[in-house]
Design a protein around this ligand. Structure first.
Ligand code: HEC
Length: 147
């Protein structure tokens, strides 16, 4: 875990040097990686690799937890959308059940913790994916309480 985080930090600081904006505080990011491991990894995988067979509905007719790494599509969503998903929870509209398969973390995490864990997910993306997502987020940024 420690070495993974070290790699993530090296990537982020390289990104910052390359002129990509990097509004991320490294201490917050380290705390966020712990939040990820305790709150998110059980479903989304320790390295953000997602649940096995995440692209198909499971036996209950529910979509499994997708990856957050470069193989997934989390990077296609703007900050504002990712924030709402984590705060309010989410379910695929075609799931056969009604429950929120992605639990709402609004009660458990503060707005800044939610933002930080999303910023942590960005360390799992390629520089191109980060640039795309940053562009998308101009029109749909984090809400004021998370800034
Ligand atoms: C109990 C399992 C579970 C836990 C714990 C969980 N998730 Fe999820 N998450 C899911 C599922 C299932 C989905 C897919 C919902 C759907 O069908 O669209 C999802 C979707 C998401 C999405 C949307 C991804 C995309 O590509 O559209 C984000 C972002 C996300 N989760 C972040 C988190 C974060 C951050 C945490 C920890 C704070 C977390 N999740 C914890 C199950 C979980």
């Amino acid at each position: 875990m420690r070495s993974l985080l070290a790699v993530a930090l090296i990537i982020l600081s390289a990104a910052a040097r390359a002129g990509e904006s990097s509004p991320v505080d490294l201490h917050q990011l380290e705390a966020a990686s712990r939040v990820y491991q305790t709150q998110c990894a059980s479903c989304h995988g320790g390295r953000g690799e997602g649940a096995p067979n995440w692209e198909r509905p499971d036996r209950q007719g529910e979509m499994p937890a997708p990856p957050h790494d470069r193989e997934g599509h989390t990077w296609k969503h703007a900050d504002g959308m990712l924030y709402r998903i984590v705060r309010n929870g989410w379910r695929d509209p075609f799931n056969k059940t009604q429950r929120l398969t992605m639990p709402a973390f609004g009660p458990a995490l503060s707005p800044k913790e939610i933002r930080a864990v999303i910023d942590y997910l960005k360390t799992l993306w390629t520089p191109e994916q980060r640039r795309f997502q940053e562009e998308e987020s101009r029109h749909a940024p984090f809400p004021p309480e998370a800034r």
